[in-house]
Write a protein that binds this ligand. Structure first.
Ligand code: DON
Length: 305
């Protein structure tokens, strides 16, 4: 940890002073209220040592980072049958694109684009009695953190502005790949996106994606070794939409971003790292977050390649 600490402090100062060319997401009105200068980083190692700098203890909207959590729970329920509903191919398109769905007959390219995550939410709706409560309980349980919660203002703000997601869900339903009521699926999807966490909490909850840590903080198994490997593989190939190749090229770790400006990156046999900086680049990924991770993995020679 000592050497990680030093590199984190040094890279943090370096990146903090760089002019940020990104923009805070405002297509969900509530997200635009966030202070654009927030910048936090937290690492949790496989030995459960934790270290953070900057705004690492401030809650923020994790948005699409939650797509890993919904995928994990749906995969637990469905096993390999899940892949009949959603593919595992990079889309090469923006996260909210409708383009490929028609050619692919309503089967989304992967679970990390909006279309795929909406299908995953539909799968969960078919398994959970009280979807919002049950999903939150799952997140609290795997992180051993009873304080986790949704931000209702963010969820409601997206509900009145999420026209593309409404279109996606209806379009997929027209192909028969949404089984439940469209409004219920979308309501659940918007709530999952509104989950709030700090960088510290994020780097802890995803420890189950590291080797030897398929278990929760409490020592309970979350998913199998094979499922862990596969989720990491989808993160590496699809976690950053049409910038997934760039992230693998520059950072070299499985990861996942959200339009709240958060990024989680997993080194499967060393650590889990969360970075938050709200200004996004043109592809919807945190500008400073990506830069920080690129410099960090370079300096510590800790990419998976
Ligand atoms: O559905 C949406 O548009 C948002 N709730 C989540 C999008 C997102 O985070 C994509 N990330 N880069």
């Amino acid at each position: 940890m000592r050497s990680y600490k030093e590199v984190i402090e040094c890279v943090y100062t370096d990146v903090k002073n760089i002019t940020d060319t990104g923009k805070v997401a405002d297509y969900i009105p509530e997200l635009a209220h966030v202070d654009a200068n927030n910048f936090g980083v937290n690492i949790t190692t496989i030995d459960k040592e934790s270290f953070g700098v900057g705004d690492f203890e401030k809650k923020f909207s994790i948005q699409s980072v939650s797509k890993i959590l919904t995928l994990t729970l749906a995969y637990k329920f469905e096993g390999v049958k899940l892949w009949d509903r959603v593919d595992v191919e990079p889309s090469g398109n923006p996260f909210n694109s409708l383009l490929q769905l028609e050619a692919d007959s309503g089967k989304p390219r992967n679970p990390f684009i909006n279309a795929g995550a909406i299908v995953i939410c539909d799968v969960l709706l078919s398994h959970l009695k009280n979807p919002k409560e049950d999903f939150l309980d799952f997140c609290r349980e795997i992180s051993n953190n009873p304080t986790l919660n949704y931000n209702e203002k963010v969820a409601e703000s997206e509900k009145i502005s999420g026209f593309r997601n409404v279109a996606l869900c209806n379009f997929i339903k027209s192909f028969g790949n949404i089984k439940n009521d469209v409004e219920e699926v979308l309501d659940f999807y918007f709530y999952t996106c509104s989950l709030e966490m700090t960088c510290k909490e994020l780097s802890e909850i995803f420890l189950y994606l590291t080797i030897d840590n398929f278990t929760t903080q409490k020592g309970e198994r979350v998913i199998t070794e094979s499922q862990t490997k596969r989720i990491n593989a989808i993160m590496l190939t699809c976690g950053f939409y049409d910038e997934s190749g760039e992230f693998a090229f520059r950072v070299g770790l499985p990861g996942k971003s959200g339009v709240g400006g958060g990024i989680i990156a997993i080194h499967p046999d060393q650590y889990c790292m969360a970075v938050w900086s709200p200004k996004l680049n043109k592809k919807g990924n945190s500008y400073k977050g990506m830069l920080f991770l690129e410099k960090f993995t370079t300096k510590t020679a800790s990419s998976i390649f």
